[in-house]
Design a protein around this ligand. Structure first.
Ligand code: THU
Length: 280
């Protein structure tokens, strides 16, 4: 297989919980159907001959951006959220980001050991190893990714945030915000702001994305794109900075409006003296 074909391939190991095989097969068929129908690519779910509860989910993406658009698609997210309820999914090869295999394998370890600690606690442990989690992500993984590939991925993430913004429930402020959070193994989880009649229970797009991601089992994050229809880019509010810091660490933040992708920042610069679990 040529390297460009290889770079458009994703493979995940899926271990289905006992008694849930039929449900899984139904969801896998739905997933395959949506992928094909929306031209994201093709998916095959291959059962392991010697272990009937194990499957190999192979996806061949149509092009470089289809994996990212697919992961950001609410229809796809609804199916994968259900799959995560009944199976353990271990990403082996990650789509257009062949160079991210290292981070995929660390995510795989986290999956296998059933690590339920918040990102913050795990980062504390890594600091004990002498390397900060965020530094490892930024230095280690990034060095293997070309600037052009990073720019393209950033644009895809902004596109996902723009699409998510369309779903905003901004009944009272009319101020729609979209966010797209990228996990360490390249999955994109989106969010939009949701307002309600009490006003005070409003939740911002960034926290929706983070809570969705945590509730689907993701624990390691790389960056987040935030989109609003403003001339100057809209930075995350204080509450979101806190939540993003505690669960995502020093995330890269991509701020954009509807036309241009503008600023790239580090969360550390937006939250210079953070309160976190180290102080408890
Ligand atoms: N909002 C966000 O979703 N994210 C931000 O970073 C700033 C504010 C939302 C909350 C509320 O629904 C609306 O924007 C106006 O504050």
């Amino acid at each position: 297989m040529s390297s460009s074909e290889n770079s458009r391939l994703s493979v995940a190991l899926v271990d289905v919980a006992p008694g849930r095989l039929d449900e899984f097969r139904r969801l896998a068929a739905m997933f395959e159907h949506v992928l094909q129908q929306k031209y994201y690519g093709r998916a095959d779910t291959i059962q392991d001959e010697s272990n009937p509860s194990r499957f190999y989910a192979v996806r061949r993406w149509t092009d470089a951006s289809s994996a990212v658009r697919c992961h950001a698609d609410p229809d796809v997210q609804a199916i994968t959220a259900q799959i995560y309820q009944l199976a353990r999914v271990t990403h082996i090869v990650n789509g257009v980001r062949r160079e991210d295999v290292r981070s995929a394998s660390s995510d795989r370890r986290a999956g296998l050991t059933g690590d339920r600690r918040a990102g913050f606690e795990r980062r504390l442990q890594r600091q004990g190893d002498g390397v900060k989690g965020s530094e490892r992500r930024r230095g280690g993984d990034r060095r293997q990714t070309s600037r052009r590939a990073r720019d393209r991925q950033a644009l895809d993430l902004v596109a996902a945030a723009r699409s998510a913004r369309e779903y905003a429930v901004a009944t009272f402020s009319r101020f729609k915000v979209g966010a797209a959070l990228e996990t360490a193994n390249g999955v994109v989880v989106t969010g939009c702001n949701v307002e309600n009649a009490t006003y005070g229970l409003t939740i911002c797009a960034e926290r929706v994305a983070m809570f969705k991601a945590l509730s689907e089992g993701h624990r390691d994050f790389r960056r987040i794109a935030i989109v609003a229809d403003t001339g100057e880019p809209t930075p995350p509010c204080g509450a979101c900075r806190q939540i993003l810091w505690e669960f995502g660490g020093d995330l890269e933040i991509q701020l954009a409006n509807l036309e241009t992708s503008t600023k790239t920042l580090q969360l550390r610069d937006l939250l210079p003296m953070p309160f976190d679990a180290r102080l408890l």
